[in-house]
Design a protein around this ligand. Structure first.
Ligand SMILES: NC(=O)c1ccc[n+]([C@@H]2O[C@H](COP(=O)([O-])OP(=O)(O)OC[C@H]3O[C@@H](n4cnc5c(N)ncnc54)[C@H](O)[C@@H]3O)[C@@H](O)[C@H]2O)c1
Length: 286
């Protein structure tokens, strides 16, 4: 199957980043947001992001205009009808994703592949919500999606080899490096990463070092491009708590029990970069 048009469900950090990455690779994109207002706002965010790339000399104006021209934003699920591949990237909540998969299944052609960008949830639970479970897989992009090379291709036990091959080839066409992983909470990266991020919050809480000290230690001591507290802010603390809860639920590892202050910060609306405040404060929200 040749992928020509790609649907994206969700216009948050990842949905809009994936749309940019996929449109930059030359595919037509239909990005579905929940309301006309958020759909319009997503278009403006995309234009601003591409304008920054033009200023930095990474793209010329003509290329940026062509990318924007390939992204069609909509609030209507029916507009995804002609898509060959749909990538779902809404909130990390199983019930929400299952309901959306069942809805989008009614709109899509029988050959279309449905992928989820979930960070940790069981992909098989989404597969069984649609009429052809063999067409469902995970395509786990990393943040920021236009920049990060890895895509974990998640193969639930229900997926056909053809589905996995289509998703893998598509990731490569987007200039990404796909790695096949089992449908197990956290796959590879988050299973290793999140206990570490959670432990950084534990160290902060116990006063071993302050925020800047912890982040500086891990950048300087391990050569990481970003400290753990800055990375939690980038991912989003609500998404991070959801990831830790799923990891703990599946593996029972005490290191994945979200440190209580993370839930308190989410309750306060301190979600990280996307809300303007997390462990750090941000002038420009996106
Ligand atoms: N943030 C990251 O670093 C990262 C990285 C890889 C994968 N992911 C995954 O990507 C997905 C989206 O995360 P994000 O970081 O973009 O989150 P986000 O909070 O930035 O965006 C969430 C999106 O979900 C939509 N949404 C919320 N409730 C909804 C509902 N009831 N029905 C339909 N849409 C709804 C919101 O309108 C928004 O567009 C999650 O599954 C997350 O685990 C996140």
């Amino acid at each position: 199957m040749i992928v020509r048009q790609v649907g994206i469900l969700g216009s948050g950090i990842m949905g809009s980043g994936i749309a940019e990455a996929v449109a930059t690779a030359g595919f037509e994109v239909v990005l579905r947001s929940r309301s006309a207002a958020t759909a319009a706002a997503t278009r403006i965010t995309l234009e601003k992001g591409l304008a920054r790339q033009v200023t930095r000399g990474r793209l010329d104006q003509e290329q940026a205009d062509a990318v924007v021209g390939r992204v069609h934003v909509t609030a209507y699920l029916d507009d995804l009808a002609g898509c060959d591949l749909v990538i779902e990237s809404v909130v990390e909540d199983l019930a929400t994703k299952v309901a959306l998969f069942a809805e989008v299944d009614r709109v899509l052609g029988r050959a279309a592949v449905l992928a989820t960008n979930t960070s940790t949830l069981p992909v098989v639970d989404l597969a069984v919500a649609v009429s052809s479970p063999e067409r469902v897989c995970g395509m786990h992009f990393f943040n920021p999606a236009p920049v990060m090379k890895l895509v974990e291709i998640v193969a639930p036990i229900t997926a056909s080899e053809e589905t996995i091959a289509i998703a893998t080839a598509f990731a490569r066409e987007c200039g990404k490096d796909p790695v096949r992983v089992k449908d197990q909470a956290g796959f590879v990266v988050n299973a290793l990463l999140f206990p570490y991020l959670n432990n950084a919050v534990r160290l902060l809480e116990s006063g071993v070092a302050d925020r800047d000290g912890i982040d500086e230690a891990m950048r300087g001591g391990c050569g990481f491009p970003m400290g753990p507290l800055a990375l939690l802010d980038l991912v989003g603390l609500d998404t991070s708590v959801a990831i830790l809860d799923t990891l703990h639920g599946e593996h029972g590892d005490p290191g994945s029990v979200a440190v209580p202050v993370l839930r308190r910060m989410v309750a306060a609306g301190h979600l990280g970069r996307k809300s303007g405040r997390g462990f750090y404060r941000y002038e420009d929200r996106r």
